[in-house]
Design a protein around this ligand. Sequence first.
Ligand code: BES
Ligand code: MN
Ligand code: ZN
Length: 508
Amino acid sequence: DREVYVKITVQKGSLADVKTQAIILVFCEEEKTLSGPAADIDQKSGGLISDIIKRGDFEAKPSQVIAAYAMGFKPAEKIALVGLGKRSELNLEKIRRAFAKVIQELRGWRVQKAAVSLDLSLLTGKKEKIVSAAVEGAVLGLYRYIPYKTVGREELQDLQELTLVSGQKDYALVRDEVQKAKIIADAVCFARDLVSAPANEMTPSILAARAKDVAKRKNVSCIVLEKGKMKALGMNALLGVAAGSNQPPKLIVLEYRGGKKGAPIALVGKGLTFDSGGISIKPAEKMDEMKTDMAGGAAVLAVIRAAADLKLPVNLVGVVPATENLPGGNALKPGDVLRSHSGRTIEVLNTDAEGRLILADALSYVGRYKPAAIIDIATLTGACIVALGEEVAGMLGTDDPMKKDLREAADVTGELIWELPLWEHYHELIKSDIADYKNSAGRLGGAITGAAFLSKFVGDYPWVHLDIAGPAWTTKDRGYIPRGASGVPVRLLVEFLRQSSKRMQRGH
Ligand code: BES
Ligand code: MN
Ligand code: ZN
C-alpha cells in the first residue's frame, strides 16, 4: 500500500562488473591504502579513486559523502564515496547514518539505481548486523510522508533500486539478512505512516481498520471491542476520556501465535489519535503535534506485523486503547472520579493526563491473557522529555531481567532508552484524598509519577513501561530519521523479541 519504496536486491559477483547508475564506495578514515571494491575499481579505471582521494576533499569522516563522475569507467556513470569515520570507533549506528546520508544524496542527484558491496569484516562477529544496518539506513533514510502532496509531485522522484553485491561466500547470508531487514524497515515505515497521518484521517476507527489489515497475516487475529462491550466490562477510565469526543473509542486486540505453547508477551500501546488536553486544554502552539499521541499504539501494530512477517517463534498479544481527548459537552471535568476496569477508583485532577487513564483499563484488561510479561509503550509525559531530552525514551518497571534485555536491544538498534527509578516514595504522590489514586501529581518527577500510576493496574506480572514522548517525533532531520515520525521503538522491540525467542528456544 506504499507508493514509493526502494527495492533492495542482492546480486552475486563483484561491484566493478555491475551495470548500474551509481556505485557507492565505503571508506574508513585515516586508511591510506585502498582495498576491496575501491581498489578493484581504482585499478580498472586507471586510478580514478586514488586520484579523488589525493585531491584531499574526502577524508571519510562519519557520514561524509562526495560525488564523482565515473569519467569513462564503464559500468556506472557516478560514484559516491561515503565515510564511516575511524575503523576503531565504528558502530552500527554510524553505518545506518552513513547509508541514510549517501542514499539521500543519491536521490538528490536524481539517481534511480545504485549498487554497493559491503565489507562484512568491518565489525568482528557482526556480519548480519552490518547488512541490516545498511538496509535500515537506506530504507528509513529515504522515508518521507507525501500522500497529501499534489503540487510538484513529479519532483518527488525516488531512488528505485539499491543492489547489494556480494561474493559467493557471503551471498546466502546477505540475501537472508536483507529479507529480514526489509521486513523490519517496512514495519518502521508502517508505524511512521500511522503516526504521520493527520488526526482527521487517523481516528480510532481508522486505526482499528489498520489493525485488521495487519491481521490478514497468517497466525494473526484481531478483535475490536466497541463502546457497549467497554461499558459491560466497566472500562470507565477509557470511556471517560472518550466522552468528550464524537469519535467512538475502540479497544484493539491483536494476537500473534508464532510459538508452540506458552503465555504471550503483552504489548500495550497508548492510542490517543488526538490529545487536545480535554477541559484542561493544551496551549494552541504545537497542539498539532498531538496527532502523534498514538505512537505507542502504532508501534504495537508494527511490531506484531514484523513478528508475523519474520515468523518469530513467540506468542504476542497487543492491546491498543484508542480514543480522542477533546473538550466536548460530555467531557471529563477536573475533579471527576472514575471507577476503572480493575475496580480501583481514580480522581481526575487533570484531564490532560489522559494516557494513563486509558492505559489503566488496557493494562488490567490484558491480565485475562495471563501474559508472561507486559511492556507498555506510550507518549505519556512531557516531563520525560524534560528529563531525558528528545532522543531518548524513559524506561521504568518492575522486572530487572527484562530491563536488561531491553537495554541490550537498545544498544544494538540505536533506539536509546534510559531507566528512571520507581522507588516506594513516588507511590505516595499519586494517592488521592477521595479516591484510590489521582491521575496527576503535578510537574515534579512527572514521568515517574505517571509510571507509578500505571503500575497500580498491571497486576502481578513482570512489567516495563517505555515513555516515548521524546523520540516518537522529531522536529529536525537525524540521519535515517527524517523529521517527523520516527517509528521508535519498533526496531528496539523486534530486536528484544528476536533475542528472547532465541533464549526461550535454548530453554531459559
Ligand atoms: N500526550 C501528552 C504527553 C506529551 C507531551 C507527549 C509532549 C508528547 C509531547 C500527555 O497526555 C500529557 O498531556 N501529559 C501531561 C501530564 C500532566 C498533566 C500530569 C504532561 O506531560 O504535561
Ligand atoms: Mn494529555
Ligand atoms: Zn496524551
